[in-house]
Design a protein around this ligand. Sequence first.
Ligand code: NAG
Ligand code: NAG
Length: 391
Amino acid sequence: MVSPGTKLILWRFILPIAMIALFTPNFCLAKQSKINGLKMNVIDRCWRLNAEWRKHRSQLATCSLGYVGKMVNNIGKDLVHYKVIDPSDDPINPKPGTLRYGASMIQGKVWITFQRDMHIKLERPVLISSFTTIDGRGTNVHIADNACLLIFKATNVIIHGIRIHHCKPQSPGIVMGTHGKVIPLGQVDGDAIRLVTASNIWIDHNTLYDCQDGLLDVTRGSTNVTISNNWFRNQDKVMLLGHDDGYVRDQNMKVTVVYNHFGPNCNQRMPRIRYGYAHVANNLYQGWVQYAIGGSMSPSLKSEANLFVASTPGRKEVTWRKVSHKNEDRWEFHSVRDAFENGASFMVTKGGRVPKPNYSKEQCFKIVDAKFVRSLTRWSGTLRCSKTSRC
Ligand SMILES: *[C@@H]1O[C@H](CO)[C@@H](O)[C@H](O)[C@H]1NC(C)=O
Ligand SMILES: *[C@@H]1O[C@H](CO)[C@@H](O)[C@H](O)[C@H]1NC(C)=O
């Protein structure tokens, strides 16, 4: 029997601790679970354990984490379900049933799926409007061989489960804009996904490779972005965060890069950061040539529990800093609990505090030990989802 006195003492101590735990904003509660004997990361375990995921596709929107928060603005009663049935593309007069019609013309919340496997060759970049989800789960969808995706002045966009590759630069021309009117569009680089003044964007489980410029560019004041579970491979310039050295508005940029697989055959920019803040956690780096993570213009980076495996022969130093005459030594490159193999090394900023991401409760997630990174990134890129069961 526990005496009433002991009980009182217990409550005096346990209750306050429990209260602190519950109401501390940065307190992260996240469990790992196992599937096929391997650990599944927190984003995946939020929906992949559901064998009925096809009936509950919008559940995915509640699974995001990091700076994008939860994508709950993308779902709800007024959500339009749209199915792409036609892989063709008309950039000025898009036909109903095509990707461009769903992504640019439909206003408000739209959830885009695909009727079957398809290869979409876009005539011009597709402009994705706010509150749009592109969900390739259950189908094998390629956007490839010419123009690719552009998120321009839009918010609340999810891109999930698409293979995007062999994207080419586009000369200026007119395209269907996001408000049902054609607009002139200037020169666009050959990126797989380009964000321009975009916010609340979640890029999850895509496979991106072999593009003429980069794979993913976050530019011109874009912020609140989470890049998770993607597979980036066969590319020179992989990921750019921050427009150019003169674009000071990118100071407010906040990006979470988590559970991605970089490589093989990636050269540089995983990512390259200008001005803003990037939290790069639990990613797998399978070699690099010039560098893995680099930057200029006083960027802040918290690299946390990533696994950096240097390629042999190749560069072993993970980081690169652009030397400019004005602001030398103002990098904040911090490495916390990272793991290094094949002699990889990381040049950290000496002194100073590691900048915290300051996540809210819904953005927050638990970062696991780097020794689990191989299994947590095991399903990066597009998933193979069988017709009858789990994804
Ligand atoms: C980014 O998210 C924060 C909350 O985490 C919010 O205060 C801020 O307004 C957002 N910025 C944009 C441009 O949406
Ligand atoms: C988080 O808050 C601390 C204290 O206010 C601040 O120094 C730090 O820069 C913030 N981190 C980010 C990424 O803004």
